[in-house]
Ligand binder design. Structure first.
Ligand SMILES: O=C(O)CCC(=O)C(=O)O
Ligand SMILES: [Fe+2]
Length: 300
């Protein structure tokens, strides 16, 4: 496309009180329009300089405007098309799924949200071993007490947790392979296993597992492996009362039974996936889970 045309909009600079040039919304719209019509960045820059922009301000305005625009476009495309997600092979309604080294029961499935409840995903020995390995490394989540400025444990707000790195122990490798086989998703696209312990009263309030692309830190998080597109929560023990995984959008509660797991996927970072979920408060006993989050791309 031709050189960026002269436009009166791009003169409409707003000066802040210190007299520094500031990009106006009209200028940002103009920069986007030029980029969309195929103009080369150098031509856009030249047109801005010709209307009195300082070079460093013009470059900054272009960079900021175009990166925000591209992020927004990517988000819109993702919302429109949806991403590929991990998929257990359930078309023929099998009673069991192949986890490679273990056959896993299919206890329940639903389409919207996409949820599959799996029986016997882990053996009881594997659950106990994971708990023992994780217990040494739990860190207590603390919250600030506003009155004192100090911090204290707040069971109503969160659990204690830790992360294994991928392949850290043979047990991790075995479980990661099983997940990859059963969900048809590469091991490399998985985060390390996270283990959480909930004491009586502890809960994980309703949340989505995908990252909000509009949050300031999103681009840094997404640069490593892209979005989360699936979650597997494995129950490492059976609390006496409470501690189910709930999906408030659809009134579903999955009972936390040792060795079982709940899988759910979300093809876009949007509440329309109905994957809002929570770890309900533990009423009696403790609750231990291992969570595996699956990313779009390689998580390294
Ligand atoms: O503890 C649960 O049941 C849910 C855990 C969870 O939502 C998570 O780890 O992201
Ligand atoms: Fe979650």
């Amino acid at each position: 496309m031709s050189k960026a045309g002269y436009s009166s909009e791009i003169r409409s600079t707003q000066a802040d009180p210190r007299g520094i040039q500031v990009a106006s919304p009209e200028l940002r719209d103009w920069i986007i329009a030029q980029a969309e019509s195929g103009c080369q960045p150098a031509d856009v820059l030249a047109a801005m300089l010709a209307t009195g922009w300082h070079e460093n301000v013009a470059i900054r305005a272009m960079e900021d405007t175009l990166s925000a625009h591209l992020a927004n476009k990517a988000r819109m495309a993702e919302l429109r098309e949806g991403s590929a997600v991990p998929v257990p092979l359930l078309a023929e309604h099998p009673s069991h799924l192949n986890g490679g080294d273990r056959q896993v029961q299919v206890l329940m499935q639903m389409d919207a949200p996409r949820v599959v409840v799996l029986g016997g995903f882990l053996s009881h020995e594997e659950c106990d071993e994971l708990v023992a390995l994780a217990a040494k490394r739990l860190t207590r989540s603390e919250t600030v007490v506003n009155e004192t400025g100090g911090s204290e444990v707040n069971h109503a707000r969160t659990s204690d947790g830790m992360f294994f790195s991928r392949g850290e122990f043979e047990l991790c490798t075995r479980i990661e392979r099983r997940i990859a086989t059963l969900l048809n998703w590469p091991v490399e696209n998985g985060e390390g296993l996270q283990v959480l312990r909930y004491l009586p009263g502890a809960e994980y309030q309703a949340h989505h597992d995908y990252f909000d692309p509009l949050q300031p830190g999103a681009s840094t998080i997404l640069a490593r492996g892209g979005q989360r597109v699936g979650t597997l929560v494995m129950y490492l023990n059976t609390p006496e009362k409470g501690g189910g995984t709930t999906f408030p959008d659809v009134g579903l509660e999955v009972g936390p039974i040792k060795g079982n797991a709940v899988f759910f996927s979300y093809d876009r970072p949007d509440a329309a996936t109905l994957t809002l979920h929570a770890g309900a408060p533990v009423i009696a006993g403790e609750k231990w889970v291992a969570t595996k989050w699956l990313r779009q791309g390689e998580f390294n």
